[in-house]
Design a binder for this molecule. Sequence first.
Ligand SMILES: [Zn+2]
Length: 638
Amino acid sequence: MLRRPTVIVFAALLSAVSAASQGQGTQAPITYRVTFPEPEHHWMQVEATFADLGQQPLDARMSRSSPGRYAVAEFAKNVFFVEAFDGNNQKLAYTRPEADVWRVSGHDGTVRVVYKIFGDYANATYLGVDTTHGHLNMPAAFMWANGHEDRGIQLTFVPPAGLNWKIGTQLFATSDPNTFTAPNLQYFMDSPTELSDFLASRFTVAGSDGTAVDFRLVVHSDGSQADVDELAKLVERLVREQMAVYGEFPTYEPGHYTFLLDYVPWGSGDAMEHRNSSSISNPRVSIRTAQGRQQALANISHEYFHSWNVERIRPAGLEPFDFTRENVTCCLWLAEGFTQYYGQLLLTRAGLAGQSSGPPAAGALGLLNTASRGVRSAVQMSEYAPFADGAGTFVDVSDANRTFYSYYGYGSALALALDLSLRERSSGRQSLDDYMKLLWNRHGKPGGAAPGLVGQPYSLDDLRDRMAELTSDRPFADEFFEKYIEGTDIPDYPRLLALAGYRLEAAASSRGWIGNVSVAETPEGLAVGVVGSAASGNPVTRAMAVPFNTPLYEAGIDSGDVIRAIDDRPATTAAWNEIGTRKPGEPVTLTVMRRGGAAIRKTITLKADPTVQRLVSMETVTTGQSAFRAAWLGTRVR
Ligand SMILES: [Zn+2]
């Protein structure tokens, strides 16, 4: 039996957590040793040792999915040169019962698996290895063992010589700066790690009980220390504003919260929340300018709000996370959508929203305008995430453009409606902040059996019950959930936004409308539902189904059809665009060639363009509207 590592980290402050970080059982921890022999070739080597296995075969496996992503990613595809050894360093054979599993039998109770893994995609989901960094999302990098999920984990990094790599992570530190621990698999997989010559900045904010909470920025970018410190000041302001929603911070188990920020042009854009850190990459941000730092805040605000909402206020479908498959939940409209709403709202409240300092209403405009309006409810859109989050990975034609609207936008629109409704019905005494605080107290704050685990994840019924509890109005909660969350009704945004002195402006309701449909000019005519065209030099990229409830759909015309003539004249892009200059109620006659050669002639009556363009402040804002707006958008930091 291997000795468990001695962990004396933050022992005085967090003795319970330190004990937890040594593992739950009496079995030896799983150990990993990570080396970077040739970072210029974009691979690293992992040695994983599993001891105390008894007689059972070991199923070492790569994850198929990663928390915070909702589609499968099949991380096993990047693994190569896999070897297994027993406790006496004798080589062992393995079989592959599943694409992600290496099954090792005939061992002596210990198996050491050694493998190399390729990764050149530095973002929050995958693995990126080069001479500037090792950027690790753990599920993308580490094999783990079925049946040993509760064991403690000890991990030692061996950075390449001469590159001055330091290590940024939410893993628990030890007396060796290159060795870290995690209390269990869930926590380990939740702990992205950046190894690079990064710059760091720290600040503390007093929690509700006065104790200082420690925040760290780990920044890999072309910025100077002064730029990083400048960004840290903005993040500090934002963190204070976020805390004011809940009135307290979560307990960040390693004793600090870490923002892992990668702004290098060779990275890929992504942002992911974790319990005690967030991992954000954006190749288009440079923090050397005030504008760049401003840009960085949008992701930071969203991901940091997740340290309450989703990391601790957690939907049952994500807890515990199943790394062997996609994880489905009812409630990404709340987990992601409400976070999207607050990400924007709290930047506004903190005075950090910059140019776009209007109310956080983009989701509402999107929901009113989407072609998929009414097709799937917010719950059903959430359940579609495993197909939408991996957009572009399927080769067949998709109708998602007319059947799917992102739970980010949908949920942020619902958050807006709920926030304004709660303020209205309580005459300003309650808001969405109170709902989030109630969810925090009932589902987040109670915590779990160990860091990385959530004890009281919520169901859809829990969310409805908490709404009834908050408002002491069961019919209100039932109606809101039945209509807008489980149903496909759209809240009355014009009325709700008027409470704060805003109104929605239509694009051009006086304009004739056939539907928001892409057409591409071809030698035969206008190909319906095709984006780009060979003739214009743009490659044909994807097909777009004709949206429901449009005059074109009702005329029975869809992708695959080619419009040969418009009012008996050749169908050109110019002739198509001219339709938009006609009036609602006017006719247009299309001659269409169908697959197989059939010709169809249809006269279509144009509708009024229903597109909502933007949100504007009313010309005259009353004192009541102005007070409503201030309570909603003003700072809550005292
Ligand atoms: Zn998110």
